[in-house]
Ligand binder design. Structure first.
Ligand SMILES: [Zn+2]
Length: 418
């Protein structure tokens, strides 16, 4: 259906975003007459809409949208601009400039931010964001899309997850002006870009030679975040409270609903996963009223999972016997760990009926290595009630661990790889 032309936004309004999602989802099932929109969903900042009230029955003219200002640049309605964010903190004396692409629509709507490449080797995320922002048509867009395909250009240029000092940028948000280099970069990005967003999707892949089925990770104990997760179509949704310093956690603290979108593994471009990510984000934009086009899904609803990891108790060579996304049964052999010195094979067995939502690539593993991430399908209500009881949700393998900086080392049960 056509996006609701009269949606107005609160600016920094997670509440408004949630209401708009609910309103738009409801409208998709039972289209409302053009002017008969719920009044409480349409509260907007006066500067965005100088004259006329699209929600009133008297309103007849086009809605005027003001230019959007970011990074000291004005972007006119209906235009796309490629701006530059200077991460500063050069290691070599030269400036480090990351592109920030802004598509500013002609209709009122949310400012949606897409960030990728905070871990410099997570290439699927970079390509998804590039495709999305090139694919939108600003002359037919509601709201504003801010896309940053490569936040950590330092890491990207070296095909590394980390900053050059081996710090993990995604443990330093919102950063501080006078902190470590990671903290300064995070601070600068947060002030210059993130604070302009009404909602944020931070795209990642698995880390350390693990791959993830496309999945949204979000703090489902927060209603405004929960609403946001419903926008991604037929995508796995996992509760994850996240860790200190993650971009999504810092954004939420600043009143900006934010989630992580994980897709595939690091270090390569995976065509199917990229298409899924593109489709999920396109669906989100449609649900937010930004675009008119809704991608076709076989099953349009999000799928909620409880999840747990199967770890190897022995070291050796891992050889997987299941594929990502495969359904598994209790007792099914998921893979074997081979000790070639003593000529021993050990089975890794599924304890549950579920689906492989993440798994390690074949590699050398140490005892305790998290190999298979299994999801057990459950209801949204169950996941939410677990989240509200204080479950941290997806804890992870050793993915979130920053190997050198004690300041960022999470407790063992807080590990998470976003
Ligand atoms: Zn990542």
């Amino acid at each position: 259906m056509a996006a609701a032309g009269g949606v107005r936004w609160r600016g920094r309004g997670c509440f408004g975003l949630g209401l708009a999602l609910v309103a738009l989802a409801a409208a998709a099932q039972a289209p409302l007459p053009p002017q008969a929109t719920p009044a409480d969903a349409f509260v907007g900042p006066p500067p965005l809409i100088p004259a006329g009230d699209p929600a009133s029955s008297e309103f007849v003219g086009p809605v005027l949208v003001a230019p959007f200002t970011i990074l000291d640049t004005q972007v006119l309605p209906g235009k796309r601009a490629r701006l530059e964010w200077n991460a500063g903190m050069s290691f070599s004396g030269s400036e480090v400039i990351s592109p920030v692409v802004v598509a500013h629509g002609v209709r009122p709507g949310p400012v949606l931010c897409l960030t990728a490449g905070i871990h410099g080797d997570e290439l699927n995320s970079v390509e998804i964001v590039r495709r999305i922002v090139n694919g939108v048509e600003p002359a037919d867009l509601g709201g504003t899309l801010i896309a940053v395909p490569v936040v950590n250009l330092f890491g990207f240029s070296r095909n590394s997850r980390y900053l050059p000092d081996r710090r993990d940028l995604n443990r330093y948000f919102p950063g501080t002006r006078h902190g470590s280099i990671a903290s300064r970069i995070a601070y600068n990005f947060f002030i210059e870009v993130v604070q302009r967003c009404d909602a944020l999707v931070d795209l990642h892949t698995g880390s350390f030679d693990r791959r993830n089925l496309p999945q949204v990770r979000a703090d489902l104990s927060r209603p405004e975040v929960r609403e946001f997760t419903r926008g991604f179509g037929a995508t796995t949704v996992l509760h994850s409270a996240g860790s200190r310093g993650m971009l999504r956690n810092a954004a939420i603290q600043a009143g900006i609903p934010a989630v992580t979108f994980e897709v595939g593994g690091p270090g390569e471009l995976e065509a199917e996963e990229i298409v899924h990510g593109e489709q999920a984000i396109s669906t989100l934009m449609h649900k937010l009223g930004m675009t008119r086009h809704l991608p076709a899904w076989d099953e349009p609803q999000p799928i909620f999972y409880d999840s747990s990891w199967v770890r190897s108790d022995a070291g050796g060579l891992l050889l997987g016997r299941v594929r990502l996304g495969e359904s598994v049964e209790p007792g099914q052999v998921l893979g074997i760990v081979i000790d070639p010195i003593n000529n021993i094979e050990r089975d890794l067995v599924s304890p549950v009926r579920g689906r492989v939502i993440g798994m390690a690539r074949n590699q050398v593993v140490l005892p305790g290595f998290a190999v298979f991430h299994l999801g057990e399908e459950t209801s949204e209500q169950q996941v939410v009630s677990d989240a509200q009881r204080g479950s941290r949700g997806v804890t992870d393998e050793d993915g979130g661990r920053d190997p050198v900086d004690p300041e960022s080392l999470p407790l063992d049960d807080e590990l998470d790889q976003d």
